[in-house]
Design a protein around this ligand. Structure first.
Ligand code: NAD
Length: 264
């Protein structure tokens, strides 16, 4: 069955397991007919990513540590051996030392600050430098951000700064790549229990708080983020670029605790 994404080829970066936001996005795109390639970080994840990729009809599973420029080059060289063109890319990657995702932001070390910025922010730009060359018929790029870029969230600390910089880079990349028909957007996802999120202090409390206080009175799923991502990656959003699209059950519009919320 031809779908909205039929004929499109996309690279999904940041798949760790079937709880990953990248997996929700991959499924939504594959359901609509997209052809997919995946990158993974480190051998330990390969055995998880291989069967997931196979389940959506992909045999292109390539290693890439975005902390190393040569590794990103290797990924795009290997991809170019298989595909002559790329239509979309998903960057669902973030990292910070979990010892600094609790307590005070003030205690952030220089080492972790720089590593967090490199992996969580610069890598998107580094990926787009390579992806641009393969997006010969235009394209769509998507990264993942969080409300901690806009407001102070407990324990999010240096990741909040990283997401703010990532959101700003979406705008600059949108401007640089727009003339080639390449769109760049981000989804600001609500809190979801994933491997990366579990490293954040008091994560379960934050999840409950979102459930009790978002306008929809619930959290969001990777499938819901996937559907919104599919829209941004498809031609349905052909005039949309440089945006931060919130998929968070409306949490970002809330000014104070819901009066009916249970005590926590
Ligand atoms: P996840 O743990 O499933 O995915 C994070 C991915 O980042 C993993 O696949 C990991 O391998 C990859 N990664 C980390 N360092 C890397 C490196 N050096 N090279 C290559 N890959 C690397 O968690 P997730 O929650 O699905 O995270 C995906 C994105 O969504 C992240 O940017 C995260 O900040 C963002 N996000 C998550 C939430 C949430 O509540 N889970 C909310 C908003 C935004």
């Amino acid at each position: 069955m031809a779908g909205i994404m039929a004929g499109k080829r996309g690279l999904i970066m940041g798949l760790a397991n079937d709880k990953s936001i990248a997996w929700g996005i991959a499924k939504a795109c594959a359901d609509q007919g997209a052809e997919l390639a995946f990158s993974y970080q480190g051998d330990a994840l390969k055995k998880r990513v291989d069967p997931l990729a196979a389940s959506v009809g992909s045999d292109i599973v390539l290693p890439c540590d975005v902390g190393e420029g040569a590794s990103i080059d290797g990924l795009f060289d290997a991809l170019a051996d298989r595909w002559d063109r790329l239509d979309f890319v998903v960057h669902a990657i973030g990292f910070s030392d979990k010892n600094e995702l609790r307590g005070r932001y003030l205690e952030t070390s220089l080492d972790n600050f720089l590593k967090t910025m490199n992996i969580s922010v610069y890598s998107f730009t580094a990926v787009m430098q390579r992806a641009e060359k393969m997006m010969t018929q235009g394209g769509s790029a998507l990264t993942l951000t969080y409300y901690g870029a806009e407001k102070v969230m407990p324990h999010y600390n240096v990741m909040g700064l990283a997401k703010a910089a990532l959101e700003c880079s979406v705008q600059y990349l949108a401007e640089d790549l727009g003339r080639d028909g390449i769109r760049v957007n981000a989804i600001s996802a609500g809190t979801i229990k994933t491997l990366a999120a579990s490293g954040i202090g008091d994560f379960r409390y934050i999840l409950k708080w979102n459930e009790y206080n978002s306008p929809l009175r619930r959290t969001v799923t990777i499938d819901e983020v996937g559907q919104s991502a599919m829209y941004l990656l498809s031609d349905l959003s052909s005039a949309v670029t440089g945006t931060i699209h919130h998929v968070d059950a409306g949490y970002h519009v809330v000014g104070m605790k819901n009066v009916d919320a249970p005590d926590m």
